[in-house]
Design a protein around this ligand. Sequence first.
Ligand code: NAD
Length: 493
Amino acid sequence: MKEVLAGLGIAETGSAASGDFIASHNPATGEELGRVRLAGEADYERILATAAEMFERWRLVPAPQRGEIVRQIGDELRRAKDDLGKLVSLETGKILAEGKGEVQEMIDVADFASGLSRQLYGLSMHSERPGHRMYEQWHPLGVVGVISAFNFPVAVWSWNALIAMVCGDTVVWKPSLKTPLCAIAVQNICDRVLERYGLNGVLNLVIGKDDVVGERLIRDRRVPLISATGSTRMGRHVSQVVAERLGRTLLELGGNNGVIVMDDADPDLVVRAVLFGAVGTAGQRCTSIRRLFLHKSIAPKITEKLIAAYRQVRIGDPLDSGILMGPLIDGAAVDNMMRGLATIQEQGGKILTGGKRLQGCFVEPTLVQAHPGMAMLKEELFAPVLYLIEFDQLEQAIAWHNDVPQGLSSAIFTTNLVSAETFLSARGSDCGIANVNIGTSGAEIGGAFGGEKDTGGGRESGSDSWKAYMRRQTVTVNWSGELPLAQGIKFDV
Ligand code: NAD
């Protein structure tokens, strides 16, 4: 552990801050990984002032040069991948392959952002007036506040920060207090690159309590955009506070993702995809599969295969290469899962396998036979609990699938073109992400990531998500020497 931290430049944590200490724990062992000093009000002010001051400089650096610096951050991340991946596993409890996968995602985002830095295109339009030119250009926005959740302690930051960086923004990151060491490690890696150019202050980290630091950040008028990832409850609050000052939000909130399995689907493909999607990261992904709609003719076969597969899931030390499922993040998450399972049973759900609390923060992955009227189906239970629901008709399955407050990711398994296209059509899935013959989790960075309804409506990472981090300016240049007015209006004396 000490070597991992030393490799990531973490010796004495948070020494520049002035608040209380918090301890970060390994959820797999309960061992204390390190102690971090929290930021107080004065620390927040200092960090925000640095970010605001640096924005004045950074926004004038040509975008391709900004991209080159992000490219170098990608290179540093490549060098740190093993250590950082291990730290992600140690602090979150996700298995090592997923910990390293998160770092790979950051590297991919760095590559993407670096290329993007030469493609921040605006459109040009034909003016209705002779001798006039119209076009739009994109300018940096300012200081971007990034609030991140515990379950993706580094990758989601990179979707925001590295894209915002090439857009010319500076960033203030407020990570989850459950994963502060990952945040410090990432900040150290980035600082190594920024230092070469005297640009420390482009990326900033403020680790503090929600009522001290979080609330200050979302209320701060110097921060035109707050990008927040976390629960819908948090997002609703952040959205209201930022809207009140007419700031912008980019919200990536809870999911409740469903998969529809048609009678013509390949059962082996379904079981493998569902296992990764529902049990991976111990069900603690925003995109975890939570609801599985099975066509009734294929339901017995898939159910039987899933029960067998669930019973073989190796649970244990996330750093052990044979393990598929680590612990939940903390004791409160285990209690929450147990409470959820009790409610599920009260509502008529039947546990088919799993459902038990094991040692420490470990639990059994759980399959539940559910019926469509259960109220719990509409909630995001952030744990490895999967509901199985049988259906007759695709239309019925789509209606049940969409009948939840959340709208993040969705999938259908079918070999029938009409069923697939129906699911993808305007009367199909109402989610931000819709897949065919792959599960709901494990999105690639090239697409825009995000969801509808209570998931918050934000889009991050690929496609044209960069536009959220810039301000659009419409420009009209008159080189005609005359002053014709739009819409043919005459206004001469
Ligand atoms: P959480 O809502 O408890 O916390 C998320 C972040 O919000 C933390 O950094 C927290 O400190 C901060 N926060 C809370 N109140 C705040 C306030 N008043 N002001 C400023 N910041 C505040 O979520 P969590 O338990 O860390 O993460 C799990 C949740 O995140 C799940 O609902 C999951 O679906 C969601 N999530 C969504 C996505 C996505 O992309 N849609 C990705 C990852 C996680």
